[in-house]
Design a protein around this ligand. Structure first.
Ligand code: OSB
Ligand code: MG
Length: 371
């Protein structure tokens, strides 16, 4: 049995410009602020985690600042000098903190990386994944239709076999239909980020014949009854993204039939431990999972890729090459998509480490914690 003693924790706060703006009907993202965590144990191993909260609370209630506060003031003091034989023990250790899933996911991930390193195995193997290529997918989120058409063309030329397009009430379904017909070999997902309302279900229905594999989060995260109402009238499966913050939310989706597909964002559900519970439930209930992205760096991407080696994850997730968002990724090795696929790492742990030179270069603040 392993016995991981937490000796030192380091937080790194960074700010990195995106190569090009990421635009949806609710937000325009031009730079990415993030927090990385390293946990050093008593045997000289280091585990790494990435916090996926954004600068402002436009997507979830957590922000970079709230996560830093949670980590610094509550989470890190609770784990320093403590011993863990498994990452799941963090549940008990942190149960005095309500919600704050993204902050908790950061430490959960760093602990899983450490745990796999202690077992001397790649993380995907530790969680019961299968050695297979992981299907990638790119997200096109741009302000003009011209750019969208151009970016889709580029993505297909670069070998992506799945493209996710952001839609809103203002989008023209006929345009999408044409594009989708033009690329019969490519899967197209739509993501509405809650753009539709109970009063505009009829507008959502006009996307039903476009040929989308799925439509992600048409309604706001609290309107699951509206989603159920819309799903009953549509053949395109609805996938819930923002609505899924826990296993309970997954159970509610299944019960209400408010969607047919679960989007797992490990940060939003509190990390890998809860994602594995969701995976188990989805396999049982025969609900497909797709892994969502957060405009993240290579650490978070590496955890998503490891999770995608599980049998219940068959749909291509939001995995694009490091070069899609970044001039330079802050983790090593970088993520590379070839022919629409990513290879699993055979390194022990999650398979990536922070690039400290770049972390310094883009660093805003850094803090070490030890006793
Ligand atoms: O709704 O899926 C979303 C990015 C930031 C916040 C929300 C979402 C997204 C994406 C994924 O669409 C982008 C990516 O990382 O590939
Ligand atoms: Mg989404």
């Amino acid at each position: 049995m392993v016995n991981i003693q937490v000796k030192k924790v380091t937080l790194y706060h960074v700010l990195v410009p995106l190569k090009k703006p990421f635009t949806t009907h609710i937000q325009h993202v031009q730079e990415r602020e993030s927090i990385f965590m390293e946990i050093a144990d008593d045997e000289g191993h280091t585990g790494v985690g990435e916090c996926v909260a954004f600068t402002s609370p436009w997507y979830t209630e957590e922000t970079v600042q709230t996560c830093w506060e949670m980590l610094e003031r509550w989470i890190i003091p609770a784990i320093l000098n403590q011993s863990f034989s498994h990452p799941d023990e963090l549940d008990d250790c942190l149960k005095f903190i309500k919600r704050n899933h993204m902050a908790k996911a950061t430490v959960n991930h760093a602990m899983w990386d450490l745990y796999a390193k202690r077992l001397n195995q790649p993380l995907w193997q530790v969680i019961g994944g299968t050695s297979r290529p992981i299907k990638a997918g790119i997200v096109v989120a741009t302000s003009t239709e011209e750019n969208m058409v151009e970016e889709i063309k580029e993505a297909v030329e670069n070998g992506y076999k799945r493209v996710k397009i952001k839609i809103s009430q203002k989008s023209n379904p006929e345009k999408f239909k044409k594009i989708i017909n033009k690329y019969p070999q490519t899967l197209f997902f739509a993501d509405a980020n809650g753009a539709f309302t109970e009063e505009t279900i009829h507008l959502l229905q006009t996307f039903d014949d476009c040929g989308f594999t799925l439509i992600e989060q048409p309604f706001s995260e609290h309107q699951n009854y509206v989603s159920a109402k819309a799903q009953r009238t549509m053949k395109t499966p609805l996938a819930l993204d923002e609505s899924i913050t826990s296993l309970q939310d997954v159970n509610e989706m299944i019960e209400r039939q408010s969607g047919k597909i679960v989007v797992v964002k490990q940060g939003r559900v509190g990390g890998l431990t809860n994602s594995l519970r969701i995976h188990e439930q989805c396999v049982k209930a025969e609900i497909p999972i797709f892994v969502g992205g957060m405009i993240e760096f290579g650490v978070s991407k590496a955890f998503n890729i490891a999770f995608s080696s599980l049998s219940g994850v068959q749909l291509p997730g939001d995995f694009s090459s490091s070069t899609h968002f970044w001039n330079e990724d802050l983790a090593n090795p970088t993520i590379d998509v070839k022919d629409g696929e990513i290879q699993l790492s055979h390194k022990i742990g999650v398979g990536v480490a922070l690039n400290h030179k770049l972390i310094n270069q883009y660093g805003v603040r850094r803090k070490e914690f030890y006793i």
